[in-house]
Design a binder for this molecule. Structure first.
Ligand code: NCD
Length: 316
């Protein structure tokens, strides 16, 4: 059974395979009717125990474009509220004949746990602070395709990518560092000491505490959201001060090269990490990330569910 639980588990070969498949899916999405019968008769269930706008809708759109049946398990109206355990919940839903679960949960490691309780494929849509592999894949795809590169194990070679902000609480940062560096990019984390995770010395990255020093010299500026809901300590003395040192404001934006891609996983905290309106920046690809998310998630669903290449009807 195939799962997508982490970038590490996917490996370089897997990342390149998904990127290639995403190119086919992007072609499908350009058609007047962006739909193929690849996953007809298969059921994909979204199981979101944490808030989400874009990831959930993106997966559901992706599943529908591959003609899968989709179900949304909405935690707030389910028997979870009557005390049903996660195990009973997943076993009950699995018994209805589910091909894949797309799971988001506040606890790190839940996707591995779930895969012991069901025969369905598990796709991790975010587990705690740990991993968000499809975000990393769509970000990698966005960088690669915007720069006119093609999928390969070295397709991000020579690029310098800054990931800025709340790395400590960010599953996006963990997944993206793994994916970007696996494909040859050089990553620099820019954050106050308190927002770096324990053990960061062992990550394959450079570290800086000055955005001003780094910003003019990067190919990609990846801004992270301040994860205020995950902070139970005063890690940042004052949001205004954080914003002044690590936010992308108008002055700092003038230090960017015109060719630097500006990215954010969303949802954005305007006025905190994103002070300037990103729509005014030449390298802004934030909406492109969202659009690419659908193609990349189609590729992931197709890959884990073992659809056949022919049935995508994509032209190569
Ligand atoms: C991210 C998440 O939930 O991890 N959002 C997303 O999926 N696009 C990032 C975030 O919440 O900051």
């Amino acid at each position: 059974m195939k799962h997508l639980r982490s970038i590490e588990e996917l490996g370089v070969e897997g990342i390149v395979r998904i990127l290639s498949l995403s190119e086919h899916m992007a072609q499908v999405n350009q058609r007047p009717v962006p739909k193929v019968p690849a996953l007809i008769g298969r059921t994909v269930v979204s199981l979101f125990f944490e808030d989400s706008t874009r990831t959930r809708i993106s997966f559901e759109t992706a599943a529908k474009r591959l003609s899968a049946d989709t179900m949304t398990f909405s935690v707030s109206t389910s028997s979870v509220n009557k005390g049903e355990s996660l195990r009973d919940t997943i076993e009950t839903v699995s018994a209805m004949g589910v091909a894949a679960f797309v799971v988001r949960h506040k606890t790190s490691g839940i996707p591995w746990q779930l895969s012991q309780w069901t025969d369905a494929c598990i796709i991790n849509a975010g587990d705690g602070w740990h991993q968000h592999p499809t975000q990393a894949l769509l970000d990698t795809y966005t960088v690669m395709s915007t720069l006119g590169r093609t999928p390969s194990a070295t397709c991000l070679a020579g690029l310098r990518i800054a990931i800025v902000g709340d790395v400590r609480h960010s599953r996006v940062a963990r997944s993206n560092v793994q994916a970007f560096t696996a494909l040859g990019a050089q990553v620099v984390l820019v954050a106050p000491r308190t927002l770096l995770p324990p053990g960061v010395e062992d990550w394959p990255v450079e570290i800086s505490s000055s955005l001003d020093e780094v910003i003019g010299d990067v190919d990609v500026l990846y801004m992270l959201r301040m994860q205020r809901e995950r902070m139970n300590e005063a890690l940042v003395p004052h949001l205004g001060e954080y914003s002044q040192r690590f936010g992308l404001d108008e002055r700092r934006a003038t230090l960017l090269r015109d060719t630097t891609l500006v990215m954010h996983p969303g949802p954005m905290n305007r006025g905190v990490e994103m002070v300037v309106d990103p729509a005014t920046l030449p390298g802004n690809v934030i909406t492109r990330q969202v659009a690419n998310g659908v193609s990349v998630r189609m590729a992931v669903l197709f890959d884990v569910l073992g659809g056949s290449e022919v049935t995508t009807g994509a032209q190569t």
